[in-house]
Design a protein around this ligand. Structure first.
Ligand code: C5P
Length: 222
């Protein structure tokens, strides 16, 4: 096993994704974007028109998905059976579908080994909802990154506006609350801080401040 492991869990919009990218780059460690795996599975299921409550079919799809992450010049391409689907995964439809398939126990079990295989030298930043509680319970540094729903909706609103989308902040807030509710209240692997997680509330922090707190904590613990 590799002891260089930081798990970062939290709700969408907490800044997790950006923070994890910066940390992986700074430390030159691997990055597991576990949400991407659930999104890829949801995307593949929608494409095959599988019902999102067909546990057996979804679990078998999860086991056989041909997924790879390949670095390009500036980031990482997500390949599903060789097709680059990276820019199709971030839509609200795929996000809600991901959260639905993620509530199925057999699906989570089917994706477990695939996620654990990311733990390789020199180290791993694991980004998700259950990294510290289920996938890597022995991690030495566990972070739970949170922010108020209103602040997270505001961040998402700004992101979408920058991309030229015409969206309402009320609509975004209600979608965020819906997905949060499902993620926090599901029977299996609900979103919650591990007992030994360090909770950071990013509501009034910058990304750089969050990164610095995590690096300071890591220096103390590793
Ligand atoms: O983080 P992201 O928004 O990409 O995740 C999409 C959905 O996948 C989440 O809303 C959550 O339901 C699910 N997920 C999960 N466990 C993880 C990562 C994501 O259940 N470790």
């Amino acid at each position: 096993s590799v002891s260089n492991l930081i798990t970062i869990d939290g709700p969408s919009g907490s800044g997790k994704g950006t923070v994890c990218h910066i940390l992986a780059k700074k430390l030159k460690w691997h990055l597991l974007d576990s949400g991407a795996l659930y999104r890829i599975l949801a995307f593949a299921a929608l494409k095959k028109q599988l019902p999102l409550n067909d546990s057996a079919a979804l679990a078998s799809l999860a086991l056989t998905l041909d997924v790879s992450f390949v670095s390009n010049g500036s980031g990482v391409d997500t390949l599903l059976s060789g097709e680059n689907i990276g820019d199709k995964l971030r839509t609200e439809v795929v996000g809600q579908a991901a959260s639905e398939v993620a509530s199925i126990e057999q699906v989570r079990a089917a994706l477990l080994a695939r996620q654990q295989a990311f733990l390789q030298a020199p180290g791993l930043i694991a980004d998700g909802r259950d990294m510290g509680t289920v996938v890597f319970p022995d991690a030495s540094v566990k972070i739970f990154l949170d922010a108020s729903a209103e602040e997270r909706a505001k961040r998402r609103f700004n992101q979408l506006q920058d991309k030229g989308f015409n969206v309402s902040i009320a609509q975004i807030l209600s979608e965020i609350k819906e997905r949060d509710y499902r993620d926090r209240n599901r029977a299996v692997a609900p979103l919650r801080p591990a007992d030994d997680a360090f909770v950071i509330d990013s509501t009034s922090l910058t990304i750089d401040e969050v990164v610095e707190q995590i690096l300071n904590l890591t220096a103390l613990k590793l």
